[in-house]
Design a protein around this ligand. Structure first.
Ligand code: SF4
Length: 506
């Protein structure tokens, strides 16, 4: 998962991007990048870790360019190094772009690129052509799927010979028939302006905002993964970039909206359930309202499933809080915040590997034992993915002397991998991947597990067209390369872990 932001029409592009990325930090904590264009060229800044660590000096704030893009990275493709940080830039085209999502068929695409490069090298040897060859195919420089967009557009425009809105639309139409997966992308080409596009399913969010400077009358336009990044900077949030749509804001301020692929909307339900900030609006439904609705819907299931109501409803902080309040209100059961979070420990879901996750869970939550002792406790979580958090918390609550312990999830059982940018690519690591309800209950160490129903989820999210592939296995795109992708991701995680351990040991 990642956060993306791009802006045109402000003389403070660098500082605005930095502030926007702070509002998208939850979408990626591995590292960040900012690329600004001004009359002297492209200015690129990258750093590993949280924004304040990645950019301790923030020298780029002195840049005066009015066009730029930024990215916060949570790597689900490629390694954890500076080379893999976005935005990816192309000096020849004077372009930079940032991607949120995952290309399921990236490894096939990368192989095809290699084959084209080899073919070109052979042609060059045979024909003694110039250095760049007849079709100007260059290699990919990283193992990150997002780089494919840079590679593709750079090659396309090199062959086209000029950059236009029509050309970009045509390039994306061709691209959409080549790639399988999720992509929300924001970027710029210095000679054209700012652009943003979204895959035909609208899997990852992408919002458009405009702002008029009351003094100068100048208009600025920005694109962001989530509306909070726009409203924080006083942009009026207009609407979402539609699935299969390209939006371009040219350097002279004209906005063009073009369709490059037929829309088949299937928005990721997990953005509302867990990932997005509660203050954000995704499509036309606020995350807050969605989580409230999820709590009310889950309350109905809880009431039907439990023989006797619990004494207290306890949220597992932070994302389940709104749903737990809604459920407690609707059932008339006391709501108690008795799991206290240490705000200085990073989110466990976003941590890179299992060992890091398990360690972090133990450090980040502390129970209020007196308020738990002798009680029948119903814990509420937004979802149960690997079960690490739920299991550790169950142990913690039992150690405080709870009389009984139940666990309710606002999301139905997650049984299948996600190939679209949420980091659970392996069925085997999901607690519900191969278990029935009784086995899940035992694995989590609670007395009863109650899941949201599919109907409850759909109703709570306004009956929108949703991707629910991780719940029911119905993937919106071709996933024939999915297993290959999972294998690479798994290997990458192990490599990152051994690098980390080696680093610690030395
Ligand atoms: S598989 Fe699940 S997590 Fe992945 S995009 Fe679809 S709904 Fe979201």
């Amino acid at each position: 998962m990642c956060g993306i932001f791009g802006v045109i029409g402000t003389n403070q592009a660098a500082s605005e991007i930095f502030l926007a990325l702070q509002n998208l930090q939850h979408r990626g904590e591995d590292g960040a990048g900012i690329v600004i264009a001004d009359e002297t060229g492209l200015h690129k800044h990258y750093g590993l870790g949280l924004l304040d660590i990645a950019f301790p000096e923030a020298q780029f704030l002195e840049l005066t360019g009015n066009l730029g893009v930024g990215h916060t990275r949570y790597g689900t493709s490629g390694g954890q190094s500076l080379d893999h940080l976005q935005p990816f830039a192309d000096e020849g085209l004077q372009m930079a772009l940032a991607h949120n999502g995952n290309l399921v068929n990236y490894h096939s695409l990368a192989r095809q690129v290699d084959e084209q490069v080899d073919e070109q090298a052979n042609e060059r040897t045979n024909e003694q052509t110039d250095e760049q060859g007849s079709n100007g195919v260059s290699s990919l420089e990283t193992s990150c799927d997002s780089e494919f967009f840079r590679w593709y557009l750079a090659r396309y425009f090199k062959q086209a010979g000029q950059v236009t809105v029509d050309g970009l639309q045509a390039a994306l139409t061709e691209l959409s028939q080549t790639v399988a997966g999720s992509y929300s992308v924001v970027g710029f080409i210095k000679g054209l302006g700012l652009f943003a596009f979204r895959d035909p399913w609208g899997l990852r969010p992408l919002k458009l905002g405009v702002r008029k400077d009351e003094t100068t009358g100048e208009m600025a336009t920005a694109f962001a993964s989530e509306s909070t990044a726009l409203t924080y900077l006083n942009f009026d949030v207009c609407d979402s970039v539609a699935p299969g749509e390209l939006v371009v804001v040219t350097n002279d301020g004209q906005q063009a909206r073009r369709r490059f692929a037929e829309a088949h909307p299937q928005h990721c339900m997990f953005e509302w359930v867990y990932f997005a900030r509660v203050e954000s609006q995704l499509e036309d439904l606020s995350v807050y309202q969605a989580r409230f609705n999820l709590g009310v819907a889950l309350g109905k299931t809880v009431k039907a499933a439990m023989d006797e109501p619990p004494d207290v409803i306890v949220p597992i902080p932070e994302t389940s809080r709104i749903a737990a309040i809604a459920m407690a209100e609707s059932l008339g059961i006391p709501y108690r915040e008795v799991l206290i979070k240490n705000r200085y420990v990073n989110r466990t879901f976003i941590l890179e590997n299992q060992a890091a996750r398990l360690k972090a869970i133990g450090r980040k939550l502390y129970p209020v034992a007196d308020a738990i002792k002798g009680k029948r406790v119903l814990l509420v979580d937004d979802s149960i993915v690997r079960g690490n958090t739920a299991h550790r918390i169950a142990d913690m609550i039992r150690a405080c002397g709870a009389k009984a312990l139940y666990l309710a999830s606002t999301c139905p059982p997650i049984r299948f991998p996600c190939y679209y940018g949420i980091d659970f690519p392996l069925k085997d690591e999901l607690v519900a991947g191969h278990r029935d309800l009784a086995e899940i209950t035992e694995a989590l160490g609670v007395d009863q597990v109650i899941y949201q129903s599919m109907e409850g989820l759909r109703e709570a999210l306004g009956n929108k067209p949703l991707c629910t592939a991780c719940l029911d296995g119905n993937y919106p795109t071709d996933i024939s390369d999915g297993q290959l992708m999972s294998a690479y991701r798994s290997k990458q995680r192990n490599d990152d872990l051994s690098t980390h351990l080696t680093g610690v040991a030395t």
